[in-house]
Write a protein that binds this ligand. Structure first.
Ligand SMILES: Cc1cc2nc3c(=O)[nH]c(=O)nc-3n(C[C@H](O)[C@H](O)[C@H](O)COP(=O)(O)OP(=O)(O)OC[C@H]3O[C@@H](n4cnc5c(N)ncnc54)[C@H](O)[C@@H]3O)c2cc1C
Length: 442
């Protein structure tokens, strides 16, 4: 049987990996990863560090991963030719860059008489699969979610048995990437992903009640494992299927949001940068200046905003409720365009994902699919009080407020004593300003 290539990209796992099973059905398998400078450069220090750790884990699992560096169009063809492969197996990539790259690789392989075979995707329901009655992509989550649940997904594909792995003939060394100073990252790899998932399953019943509480910190933290495909959402959905709790239903719905945003980006790839609702491009925005720098540094003087921005820098992750608050604050209190915030997030997030990040930012900016109504402007102080009632989250990430009486609204004296800054803006005034600017484009 001719050998084939399993080209791993964001599916760094062996189990429930249909593309790998397809490769193994061909014959001996060369496990390949290509470090593509076009993706490595903008990945940011947290994702680079995590990716190398995850690749190390995959390398150990296959007993030697072939790692090549450079343009996949050349490297994949070289690797396939070197082992005499007739087919290169991948999971389909629906992102704007990945889809273009794969089309180019497919052409180059074709010229060498080698086929690129796409099996499966990183989603439960692949982008482009679901369409409205009018034949268009969904723009609203609720009907998408209904169609998603009705459509369903395949059972997990199982583990590959007795794969004959081809050892690398030549391979680049995995770069040693230290986490950014002061940052602690989660454990990477398929085993770590499954361990975390099993640990979370024991408490998924409480998810619905607790998921908005950054102080309780009880969400699954699966986003980074999903981002790198260390586990497939289908595996998770199969584990959730027998559970009847409201928590399990709420969790399933969150996985549908992930698929939904990938579907939106697939239908409108330009919205990775451009406004999904073009009218918002005509709104008046401010150039990012000193207040934007304070936002990035976690020194806006709004405790829950600063706690979130500091959590991001310390862990590469931020609680979802706080992501919503800091995003709203940037766009509606500081009047800075969402793309600036999205870029900062993608630089630091270890789970940074183009579809989820850009579409959630558009949601917060009022310009996205099923966006929050623009006139609903989060008040950062009351959001803090509501979702972090004892101030535990703020005290943890803004330690200078640990001892103050009201960490969500420290007095001027407390700010002075603790070295915590005064608010960079007056929220009530900026809320009025945001609404006035919105009126201009309505
Ligand atoms: C401004 C902003 C930017 C974001 N950027 C990203 C990003 O780059 N990458 C990313 O994975 N998520 C992003 N999210 C979505 C969400 O915040 C994270 O998925 C979540 O906080 C990850 O933590 P968790 O795994 O503990 O979540 P859980 O609450 O345990 O959720 C389970 C899973 O459901 C999915 N999910 C949950 N909420 C969302 C959502 N709103 N959109 C899409 N999928 C969701 C994720 O895969 C998540 O791992 C962003 C949200 C906002 C508001």
């Amino acid at each position: 049987m001719p050998p084939s290539v399993a080209w791993f990209r964001r599916d760094l796992r062996l189990s429930d990996n249909p593309a790998l099973l397809a490769a193994a059905a061909d014959g001996p398998v060369l496990p390949l990863f290509v470090l593509d400078p076009a993706l490595w450069r903008p990945a940011g220090p947290a994702r680079r560090c995590y990716l190398t750790a995850s690749l190390r884990s995959l390398d150990a699992a296959v007993g030697g991963l072939t790692l090549l560096e450079g343009d996949p169009v050349r490297r994949v063809v070289e690797a396939a030719r070197a082992v005499g492969a007739e087919r290169v197996h991948v999971a389909a990539d629906f992102g704007p860059h990945g889809a273009r790259r794969d089309a180019a690789v497919e052409r180059a392989l074709g010229e060498a008489g080698i086929a690129l075979v796409r099996t499966g995707s990183p989603y439960a329901v692949a982008p482009g699969r679901l369409r409205t009655g009018g034949g268009t992509a969904y723009q609203v989550f609720t009907p998408y979610h209904r169609a998603w649940a009705d459509h369903g997904w395949r059972a997990p594909a199982g583990d590959p048995a007795d794969v004959e792995w081809l050892r690398p003939d030549r391979s680049a060394a995995l770069p040693d990437v230290e986490p950014p100073a002061g940052m602690t990252l989660p454990e990477a790899g398929e085993e770590a992903a499954h361990a975390r998932w099993q640990e979370f399953l024991d408490r998924v019943a409480d998810y619905d009640d607790e998921r908005d509480r950054p102080d309780l910190d009880t969400t699954s933290r699966m986003s980074v494992h999903l981002k790198w495909g260390e586990i497939h959402p289908r595996t998770m959905l199969a584990d959730l299927a027998p559970l009847r709790s409201a928590g399990a239903a709420a969790y399933r719905r969150e996985l549908a949001w992930r698929d939904f945003f990938a579907d939106v980006l697939h239908a409108r790839p330009e919205t990775a940068r451009a406004y999904l609702r073009p009218a918002f491009a005509g709104m008046r925005y401010d150039e990012p200046g000193a207040a934007y720098d304070a936002w990035r540094a976690g020194r806006t003087g709004f405790p829950v905003v600063d706690a979130g921005m500091r959590q991001l820098r310390a862990t590469g992750w931020m609680h979802n409720r706080v992501r919503m608050v800091v995003a709203s604050f940037l766009v509606k209190d500081l009047h800075v365009e969402w793309q600036h915030g999205a870029r900062h997030f993608l630089h630091w997030l270890v789970d940074g994902d183009l579809a989820s990040n850009q579409q959630n930012w558009q949601w917060a900016a009022g310009s996205g699919a099923e966006a929050a109504p623009y006139f609903r402007v989060f008040n950062p102080t009351s959001q803090g009080r509501k979702f972090d009632p004892d101030g535990t989250y703020v005290r943890r990430w803004v330690p200078e407020l640990a001892e103050v009486t009201d960490p969500h609204d420290p007095s001027p004296d407390d700010r002075e004593r603790s070295g915590y800054p005064a608010p960079v803006v007056d929220h009530a005034a900026e809320r009025r300003e945001a609404l006035a600017r919105w009126e201009e484009i309505r």
